[in-house]
Design a binder for this molecule. Structure first.
Ligand code: XBP
Ligand code: MG
Length: 241
């Protein structure tokens, strides 16, 4: 089965957004709300075990500020906190402070030139995706991705495979003809849960995670290209039909 489409994860894959993007944005939202919460780099690395910004806020509160959850208004407070965090994150993106990771722009370009379809499967808020693409690749870039599956569009977030099933249905492609590119064990569990061959590009927060079942684990896309990814995909999935 030849490679028909590449499905990119966003956070930690298209760009290193977590430590210097989402984390300071969360802290800015907490300070603005008068909450004495602060997520340093190490704590944030632990909190990344839970995907989804709202879910991560509630996970933190469960561990460190249960009173926050006892508040009958905690659901809407969480939503307001997350909306404020997204506003700060978007401002960081617009400042150009979060570039794409090595090799990402090149692979997108090669894929477009060679007719490999492009899609995105992410846990993050849709506007974060479109802004990251526009700021780093220009106003046309969003249209290069046939399907963008993001945020709360599916009931269960990674490591559940829902977002990948959602993307595959819209691509109308068999899982084996796609290649997912992920950065985390949660992401890999989601893509493999949808039977999609997966390449891992690690980052500072995920380098030590277990990537059993991945096609390959590389530090970034800087030293690879579409030809190599086709070969990798073929060697593993070429023998299937
Ligand atoms: C990783 C996530 C996201 C972000 C925060 O997403 O878990 O929730 O950390 O973004 P990806 P939101 O699947 O792209 O790796 O606050 O918008 O949820
Ligand atoms: Mg990720």
């Amino acid at each position: 089965m030849s490679l028909a489409a590449i499905i990119f994860d966003v956070d930690g894959t298209l760009a290193d957004t977590e430590r210097d993007g989402h984390r300071p944005a969360f802290n800015a939202a907490f300070a603005e709300a008068g909450l004495a919460w602060h997520w340093d780099e190490q704590l944030y690395g632990e909190l990344l075990a839970v995907t989804g910004g709202k879910e991560r806020i509630r996970h933190y509160a469960t561990l460190h500020d249960p009173g926050f959850l006892l508040d009958p208004d905690s659901e809407s407070r969480t939503a307001r906190l997350h909306a404020a965090k997204t506003r700060h994150f978007l401002a960081l993106l617009e400042s150009g402070g979060i570039p794409l990771r090595p090799g990402v722009e090149q692979l997108i370009g090669e894929s477009r030139d060679q007719g490999v379809r492009l899609a995105i499967a992410t846990t993050t808020t849709p506007e974060n995706v479109t802004t990251l693409l526009r700021v780093n690749l220009g106003p046309e870039a969003e249209g290069w991705f046939e399907v963008i599956g993001a945020g709360d569009i599916v009931p269960a977030k990674k490591p559940a495979p829902d977002i990948y099933h959602w993307v595959l249905r819209r691509l109308a492609l068999p899982a084996g003809s796609c290649l997912a590119i992920e950065d985390s064990a949660n992401g890999l569990a989601a893509s493999l849960g949808a039977a999609i061959p997966t390449l891992i590009t690690t980052n500072a927060y995920t380098a030590d995670q277990d990537f059993g079942g991945a096609l390959a684990v590389i530090p970034d896309l800087g030293k690879t290209d579409l030809a190599r990814l086709r070969q990798l995909h073929l060697t593993t999935y070429g023998q299937h039909k």
